[in-house]
Ligand binder design. Structure first.
Ligand code: ACO
Length: 373
């Protein structure tokens, strides 16, 4: 008897969600009903509030959210000591996955947000501390120094200022805000599913977010951002793109930043990032890498069309030049992604708590029949 199963859980609906909707057949992404093209024009904390609480924040609600993030983003002396004790060459994603469960997540200051339980505040404390973890580890790596945490500075401006140890330009902060909004949430992708599986065992929010970071790190998922950039650097220049694509496909390789389980059209996030990358890179050191990616995309699309396959650029493909233009190096691309996605993960943990059932699929056993020792 043949038993049907879905490898990679393709097409399996594992639960309900009202946080975001991926309509892959028409290439549309929306958070709580608002299309991403509109949300990317909004202030960052307004969209964070939307993802967490379901409606766009009023200006007064936005201030309360900002204040919570600013009050709760500082690292304690022992958290800094733990960071200092890590090997400096550790990848930022391994650092992040290890550090999250060890954070002191008890809320600092007033608790005036519409969370219905204490776990919401603890999760938001993780969101608040991730930028400081990334910036501090980066400063330790490059200059053996610990940046000053300024609780009067807004979340993203503070992150860029600490990361570079110099004041961030408003243009870079604006660009980072758009990038973060695009990465905030994406339904039941592998990282979020991992998060929900962990949460479904009633493990705490700290464990759920840490496990999601581990899942996001892989190159078939969030890690494709760093891999796509490295690929373009390896190709070197636009004129070498065609030969590279043909060789890769002839060897049954995977082009990083291309393809998606859900999207059968261009990923709407890639459609927003491409012109952003083009504008940011024009006349800079990063123009060549952008032009190389553009040519790789053109050649790859042409080959896929010939084969009748719907494999298009995803979120990861043009993220590299945007990150580079605001001073984020490749080894921090995926961690910057996790920083944004931590908001979506928290929303999913809280949503799953409303009507929880442990996630426990079955497997088709293919090992030996019962035998005796
Ligand atoms: N390069 C070359 N061919 C590809 C690619 C690619 N990047 N992606 C899909 N294909 C082809 C496959 O070879 C396959 O062809 P076949 O039907 O002839 O065997 C077909 O398209 C379907 O691919 P699957 O592997 O079945 O698609 P799946 O849904 O399992 O995988 C995934 C999706 C993992 C994203 C895949 O497209 C991939 O490996 N992409 C590269 C890595 C990447 O960019 N990941 C980031 C995704 S976005 C995100 O996670 C935030």
């Amino acid at each position: 008897m043949t038993v049907e199963y879905s490898k990679g859980l393709e097409g399996v609906i594992a639960d309900e969600t009202s946080i975001s909707n991926v309509e892959g057949d028409i290439g549309r992404l929306s958070y709580r009903g608002y299309p991403i093209e509109q949300l990317v024009q909004q202030p960052f904390t307004r969209v964070v509030w939307l993802v967490l609480f379901g409606e766009l924040a009023t200006p007064e609600e936005e201030v309360r959210l900002q204040q919570y993030l600013q009050r709760n983003g500082a690292l304690s002396a022992s958290e800094i000591a733990t960071l200092k004790s890590l090997p400096r060459e550790l990848h930022s994603m391994r650092m992040l996955q290890s550090m999250i469960p060890m954070l002191d997540t008890r809320p600092v200051g007033p608790q005036e947000l519409p969370f219905t339980n204490a776990e919401g505040y603890r999760g938001l404390s993780i969101v608040a501390k991730i930028p400081t973890l990334l910036a501090t580890f980066r400063r330790l790596q490059v200059a053996d120094e610990v940046p000053v945490y300024d609780a009067d500075k807004q979340y993203l401006a503070n992150f860029l200022t600490m990361f570079h140890n110099k004041p961030a330009s408003p243009e870079h902060v604006h660009c980072l805000a758009r990038l973060q909004i695009l990465q905030l949430e994406h339904s039941f992708n592998a990282g979020t599913f991992t998060c929900r599986v962990t949460a479904s065992t009633l493990a705490p929010v700290e464990s759920a977010l840490s496990s999601a970071v581990g899942s996001l790190y892989g190159t078939l998922h969030g890690g494709a951002d760093e891999a796509a950039l490295n690929e373009a650097i390896k190709v070197g220049s636009p004129d070498k793109a065609r030969a590279y694509v043909l060789d890769l496909l002839a060897n049954k390789g995977r082009l990083m930043g291309m393809g998606h389980r859900e999207y059968k059209k261009l990923d709407p996030r890639a459609a927003i990032l491409k012109p952003m990358a083009e504008t940011l890179c024009k006349g800079t050191d990063f123009e060549n890498v952008f032009m190389t990616l553009k040519e790789i995309e053109k050649e790859f699309n042409a080959e896929m069309q010939k084969k009748g396959k719907e494999v298009w650029a995803n979120l990861e493909f043009y993220k590299g030049p945007v990150n580079l233009a605001i001073g984020i190096p490749a080894t921090y691309f995926t961690a910057g992604f996790a920083m944004a996605r931590s908001v979506g993960w928290l929303a999913h943990v809280l949503e799953s708590r409303i009507d929880n059932r442990i996630m426990r699929p079955s497997a088709l056993y293919t090992g030996p029949a019962i035998r005796s020792l």
